[in-house]
Design a binder for this molecule. Structure first.
Ligand SMILES: Nc1ncnc2c1ncn2[C@@H]1O[C@H](COP(=O)(O)OP(=O)(O)OP(=O)(O)O)[C@@H](O)[C@H]1O
Ligand SMILES: [Mg+2]
Length: 336
């Protein structure tokens, strides 16, 4: 994945031409995520979604850029109404963007036909909703729920895969129970197993732990991360849970319909030989060079309307409008 993280806009459009045979990751006998494309699993450029209801327009996505590489697990955070579910709706193929470009596992989401969309939802993406009741059919056992997507696609050797997926998610003992006989956390783990049944390249989850208490949330997120790691599945998980960041290497923040900042966690070995996790925050810059300054900086420094920018040899400084005496002699400064 991009270690610079904030340069999705610098990535050129990936091709959909397969360059390598389908791959599967992990050490188990389970078939992992199937990929027949080169490049990132999620690629969005200048994505726009405008809702128009009764003459009122809401710009839910305002030129969003995001790149997620195969096998990465990314948390998507942001205030209510910032556009998280809108993005997942588009990536899942349930909704169409108003503008911009988006590819998931090499599939162009703007140009796909109705038939391709059905195929896409069956094979390429898996989805887990916040509402536990929305993920599983109430009259089927956990095992039959997991088997159902494979029945629909005519996949063979289902029984063994159902058992292995339930084991992978730590709910093998729940196989014969119906959703009403399971806890919320168990239901969500069965839902993840169901979403992974047809070996999707990408798993999308919209607040999968939103209805769970802290302990159950922790278990579900860890199970999801472990399963994705085992199968090589790319995960984009929307969450309000601040502890989620501890479970993922990359956290992307959406603000006003755009990706604004990212936190990357990397393991580094210090001079003392001890391994530590270092978290570093980046600000996303788009193709046009636009960035969103952190709200805290904007407020503390009283930045508004316009700022002054000074380029140093290795970085750029941003000054409030009333601080221009600092810029005397700086690039672009005219002395009268
Ligand atoms: N179907 C719709 N019709 C009109 N406006 C919509 C629709 N869906 C979402 N919106 C608006 O788009 C914006 C983004 O909504 P979205 O549901 O993506 O936010 P969110 O980040 O998922 O919020 P939350 O954390 O509360 O789930 C909001 O202003 C919302 O009111
Ligand atoms: Mg939402």
């Amino acid at each position: 994945m991009n270690t610079t993280a904030s340069t999705p806009a610098a990535t050129s459009a990936p091709t959909s031409a397969p360059t390598s045979p389908p791959t599967s990751a992990g050490t188990s006998s389970l078939t992992g995520a199937v990929r027949e494309h080169a490049g990132p699993d999620i690629w969005c450029e200048d994505l726009v979604r405008i809702y128009s209801t009764e003459g009122v327009e809401v710009q839910a996505l305002q030129g969003l850029n995001l790149v997620v590489d195969p096998g990465d697990v990314v948390a998507l955070v942001g205030a209510s109404g910032s556009g998280k579910s809108t993005l997942l709706g588009i990536l899942s193929g349930l909704d169409r963007p108003t503008g911009g470009r988006a590819r998931v596992a090499g599939v162009d989401l703007l140009t796909m036909s109705r038939a391709q969309r059905v195929d896409y939802q069956r094979h390429v993406v898996g989805f887990v909703w916040q509402q536990t009741s929305r993920n599983l059919l109430p009259f089927l056992s956990a095992a039959d729920n997991v088997a159902l997507p494979m029945v629909i696609t005519g996949r063979r050797e289902r029984t063994g895969r159902v058992t292995e997926l339930l084991e992978l998610l730590g709910v093998a003992d729940c196989a014969d129970r119906r959703p009403a006989q399971l806890s919320g956390g168990q239901q969500q783990r069965v839902a993840i197993a169901t979403a992974l049944a047809n070996s999707p390249a990408v798993l999308l989850a919209d607040e999968p732990t939103g209805e769970l208490d802290d302990a159950a949330s922790e278990q579900v997120l860890e199970a999801m991360r472990a399963a994705a790691g085992e199968l090589g599945t790319t995960v984009l998980v929307v969450t309000h849970d601040p502890t989620v960041s501890d479970h993922v290497r990359r956290t992307v923040q959406i603000r006003d319909g755009r990706t604004s900042t990212e936190v990357l966690r990397q393991k580094v070995v210090g001079a003392d030989g001890v391994e530590r996790t270092v978290a570093r925050e980046y600000t996303v810059i788009d193709r046009a060079g636009r960035i969103q300054l952190p709200r805290q900086h904007v407020e503390e420094l009283g930045l508004h309307d316009r700022v002054r920018i000074a380029k140093e040899s290795s970085h750029v400084q941003v000054w409030p409008d009333d601080q221009d005496h600092h810029l005397t002699g700086a690039e672009g400064e005219e002395t009268r």
